[in-house]
Design a protein around this ligand. Sequence first.
Ligand SMILES: *Cc1c(COP(=O)(O)O)cnc(C)c1O
Length: 370
Amino acid sequence: MKVPFISFEKRNQEIKTEVLLEFEKFFDSQYYVLGESTTSFENSFSLFNQTKHAIGVSNGLDALILSLKALNIKPGDQVIVPSNTYIASVLAITNCNAIPLFVEPRIDTYNINPELIEELITEKTKAIMPVHLYGQACEMDKILDISKKYNLSIVEDNAQAHGATFNGKPTGSFGHVNATSFYPSKNLGALGEAGAVTTNDDELATKVRTLRNYGSLKRYHNDMIGSNYRIDEFEAAYLNLALKRLEKWNEYRDKVASKYNEDLKEVGDIKLSKLAQNATTVNHQFVIRTNYRDELKAYLEKNGISTVIHYPIPPHLQKCYQDLGFKKGSFPIAENIAESILSLPIYYGMEEEKTAYVISKVKEFYYHVL
Ligand SMILES: *Cc1c(COP(=O)(O)O)cnc(C)c1O
């Protein structure tokens, strides 16, 4: 049996007729940039996300950069970010010529450890960027307390957690301004590049809208030095259709994850991800930790099962950040995670027999191969 790491097959099959109709409508409209579909998606996403505003933008990295720019993050300012995250979180900070201050995650949730934040804060620290990694909400109560105490802004990176909650409130609705990505493989994925900024603050929303479109709200009147960060009109139209199905897609992932959690909980030295109190996950990735990661990955590959490591090199050890002066050992928890985690296949439409096959091969590895 072959098990891909991700597949859009079922999702595409179910949505195809509607998408083709939508495409025809879009094509015939002769209106291709920032049209009705963008407005309509922004409205439905802000409702879903429980924020007053949602602004569609070009992609997730740009959404993060716009969020930081809206907050007036300047060269030399410091932004707190987890040491275990996708590179894009950090790229957003350094693209604003600001400085990332890395905070180690908790080993069992993989998310930023709020207890390690305060000791890093200096006069130059302006913002905290919690990343809801692998689909699980960060401990937003503690992070909000710190932000209030030190008057710091919060920018959530919600690229991986569409639909996750903390204390019943959606991720991407806590921060002063928040960013998300609709890269095709995210829980709410587009057919190409797209992202959004969400906020409850009218002024920040206007700033993001202006910066997104050359720094202009009124055509040929440029108030700020903006850029072109616009969302693609057809992506917005597609995302409108996709958003209606997100809950169903997330529920499906949840079933696959429950099966994995149930059947792998006492297998070998596998450590399963834990949920923080009051946090939920939308299972963007199903991540396990084991001292035999490379051997397990190779064994699964040999048996037709694709797995991925999210992520093999933590940002502080990337070549592009060697000037920051970190080395191996600087962030041991993030490094340990990079060396021991493995993401198992999970996607909408993953057949029960495929999940069962993955589980059986993982068990076989620990009981008969290792
Ligand atoms: C995908 C992702 C991004 C970047 O999104 P793009 O749309 O690919 O630019 C940022 N942060 C995290 C945590 C992501 O997973």
